[in-house]
Design a protein around this ligand. Structure first.
Ligand code: GLN
Length: 532
C-alpha cells in the first residue's frame, strides 16, 4: 500500500490540544491494524527545542535515536505505544538550515533559491523520507501553530502541493478549531471556525474533516452549520468536548466514526479498532482506590509542561498501582534546611527530575538528604541522580568540597564531571549525550527487580557523568552503583542500601513510559510511596 498522509492543522486559538487529537486518531488507526507514523512540524527557526528555555517551550522530549523534540512527540509515543525517530521532528530551522547548506554546496546549480519551490520541496522531501524510513501505511503530520501565522505558511503550501502530487486518495486534511461557548448568549459560536476555514481555503486547502473543540457538548445543529459553511460532509465534522478524562477522547472520536471516515477516504477496507484493553484501562482509571502524593522538586515547577513526561509517567505508574497520583509541585529554590520538613511533610514520595545549572541545586540536595535520612521513597533522574551523588559524597563520605564541574569547572572534587575520555565512541549530538544507551543492571538490585532484566535501554540527555575515580569509595558505602553502560563503563543507576526505595538514574525513564504500561522504575517508585 502506498503511504497515506494525514495533515493536522489548527485554527482560532493555540493550545487546542491538536497533539491529543492527532494522537487519538493515530491510536485508533494503529489499533485497526495499520502501521502509523507520526511527525510534528514546528514553524520556529530554532533547529530544535534543545536550546530553548523550558518557559518558552516546556519539556524537551528525546527520541531513541537522540533527537531533541517537541513535547507533542511524547503524546504520540505514549498514546500510540510506538518509538519515533528524528524523522518525527521537523522545524523551520532544520528545513532552512538544510536548504542553505545545499545552496552553499552549489546543489541548486545557479538557481535563485526561494521559499517556493526550494523550502517547500525540502518540507515535502521530509514527509516522503518519514514514510520511507518508517514504512508506515499512514503518516500523520501535525503542523504546529495556528493557521494564519506567518511562520507556518511554507508548511501549509507544502501540504497543499502534496494533494496536487499524490491526489485525494493519498492525502487528507483535518482541521482543528475551537467553538467557544458564550454563557451570556447561551450559545456555542461557529463563526471563528468559519473564518479559520476561509483562511485555509485562501491558502488552497479545503479540509476533509474538522474536529471541533468545545467546553460544552455541541450537538447536530452546530455540526450541521459547520458542515454547510465549511463545505465538509456532516459525518466529517467531529466533536471533541472537554472530557473528564482526556483518555476518553479516542473513544469519543471512535463513537463518532472518525476511524471509518478516514479509512473510507483512503479506500482502505474498513477494519475496526481493537479497544477492549483500552476500555478496561479507562474503567480502571475512573475507579482508582488509593491516593498517593508525590513531591516533584524542580526549578520550573510553575510551568507543569516543563516536566510533562515525568508527570505522565507518575500518573501511569499510579494507574498500574490502583492509585491516583497527586503531584505536589515544589519550587527547588524555596527549599532550605529549615523548611524542608514542613514543605515535604505530606509527601509520600519525592522525585527530583532532570535539570541544568546551579540555581535551585542546593534546595534539591536538601530535599534529597531529607528523603535519604527519613527513608522516604526517592527517585532521582539525571540531574537528580547527580545531586544525590554529590549530597552523599558531602554528607556521608565526608568529601566536603564534592561538587559537579557543571557548577565549578576547576573543582578539586569533581564527583560529577565532564569525562571526555569516557566519551570515546559515543555520538554526542550537540555536546550532550543524547538518545538510548544500554544499561546493565546488577541482579538483586531494586532496579533489576523492577525491570526484570539484566540489560535495558533508556534515553539520555546530559553532559556530565558520575566520575569513576570515586566509584570504589561509593562501592564501599551504602550508595551502590547498580547500573552501568557496558560499552563505556559509565554509571547509569545508583541505589541506597537499607532504604525502602532510593534509586537514582542518569537516564530519563519518563521517556519510555507509556499510557498503558508505565516505566518500571516509576511503577516501583510509586508502589513504594503508596506503602510508605
Ligand atoms: N545538567 C546535567 C548534565 O548536563 C543534568 C542534565 C539533565 O538532568 N538532563 O549532565
Amino acid at each position: 500500500m502506498d503511504p497515506k498522509f494525514i495533515f493536522i492543522t489548527g485554527g482560532v486559538v493555540s493550545s487546542l490540544g491538536k497533539g491529543i487529537s492527532a494522537s487519538s486518531l493515530g491510536m485508533l488507526l494503529k489499533r485497526s491494524g495499520l502501521k502509523v507514523f507520526m511527525l510534528k512540524f514546528d514553524p520556529y527557526l530554532n533547529v530544535d527545542p534543545g536550546t530553548m528555555s523550558p518557559y518558552q517551550h516546556g519539556e524537551v522530549y528525546v527520541t531513541d535515536d537522540g533527537a531533541e523534540a517537541d513535547l507533542d512527540l511524547g503524546h504520540y509515543e505514549r498514546w500510540l505505544d510506538i518509538n519515533l525517530t528524528k524523522e518525527s521532528t521537523i522545524t523551520s530551522g532544520k528545513i532552512y538550515g538544510s536548504v542553505i547548506d545545499k545552496e552553499r554546496r552549489g546543489d541548486y546549480l545557479g538557481a535563485c533559491v526561494q521559499v517556493v519551490p526550494h523550502i517547500t520541496n525540502e518540507i515535502k522531501e521530509r514527509l516522503f523520507q518519514a514514510a520511507r524510513v518508517s514504512e508506515a501505511d499512514i503518516v500523520i503530520a501535525e503542523i504546529g501553530g495556528t493557521v494564519g501565522d506567518i511562520e507556518s505558511l511554507p508548511f501549509l503550501e507544502a501540504i497543499r502541493q502534496m494533494r496536487l502530487e499524490l491526489g485525494y486518495g493519498q492525502t487528507m486534511y483535518i482541521h482543528n478549531t475551537l467553538v467557544p461557548y458564550l454563557a451570556a448568549a447561551g450559545e456555542s459560536k461557529t463563526k471563528p471556525t468559519q473564518h479559520s476555514v476561509k483562511e485555509l481555503l485562501g491558502l488552497g486547502i479545503q479540509p476533509d474533516a474538522i474536529i471541533l473543540r468545545s467546553e460544552v457538548p455541541l450537538g447536530t445543529n452546530i455540526r450541521q452549520k459547520v458542515s454547510n459553511f465549511c463545505n465538509v460532509p456532516l459525518n466529517g465534522v467531529f466533536e471533541a468536548d472537554d472530557c473528564k478524562l482526556v483518555f476518553e477522547l479516542p473513544m469519543k472520536l471512535h463513537e463518532q466514526g472518525i476511524d471509518s471516515y478516514v479509512m473510507e477516504h483512503f479506500g482502505i477496507s474498513e477494519k475496526s479498532p481493537k479497544l477492549d484493553d483500552y476500555e478496561r484501562f479507562i474503567e480502571r482509571v475512573k475507579n482508582l482506590h488509593k491516593k498517593v502524593k508525590i513531591a516533584l522538586v524542580g526549578k520550573y515547577v510553575e510551568l507543569h509542561d516543563a516536566y510533562l513526561s515525568v508527570a505522565q509517567a507518575l500518573k501511569s505508574a499510579g494507574y498500574e498501582n490502583d492509585a491516583e497520583v497527586e503531584i505536589s509541585w515544589v519550587k527547588a529554590m524555596n527549599v532550605t534546611e529549615e523548611n524542608v520538613a514542613s514543605m515535604l511533610s505530606d509527601a509520600d514520595g519525592i522525585l527530583v527530575p532532570g535539570g541544568f545549572g546551579e540555581r535551585g541545586a542546593d534546595g534539591k540536595m536538601v530535599t534529597i538528604k531529607y528523603a535519604r535520612e527519613n527513608k522516604i521513597p526517592f527517585l532521582g533522574i539525571c540531574f537528580g541522580m547527580q545531586l544525590a551523588v554529590i549530597e552523599f559524597a558531602r554528607n556521608v563520605l565526608g568529601i566536603k568540597n564534592a561538587t559537579s564541574s557543571e557548577f565549578e569547572p576547576e573543582t578539586s572534587e569533581p564527583v560529577i564531571d565532564l569525562l571526555r575520555g569516557q566519551y570515546a565512541g559515543i555520538k554526542l549530538g550537540g555536546t550532550l549525550r543524547l538518545g538510548a544507551y544500554d544499561c546493565r543492571l546488577k541482579p538483586g538490585s531494586k532496579a533489576h527487580e523492577a525491570y526484570g532484566a539484566d540489560l535495558i535501554r533508556e534515553r539520555h540527555r546530559h553532559r556530565y557523568e558520575f566520575n569513576n575515580a570515586y566509584r570504589e569509595l561509593f562501592e564501599k558505602s551504602d550508595l551502590k552503583v547498580v547500573g552501568i553502560n557496558p560499552q563505556s563503563d559509565l554509571v547509569e543507576v545508583v541505589e541506597l542500601e537499607g532504604h525502602p526505595f532510593f534509586v537514582a538514574c542518569q537516564f530519563h525513564p519518563e521517556f519510555t513510559s507509556r499510557l498503558l504500561h508505565s516505566n518500571p522504575l516509576f511503577r516501583e517508585f510509586v508502589k513504594a510511596s503508596i506503602k510508605g
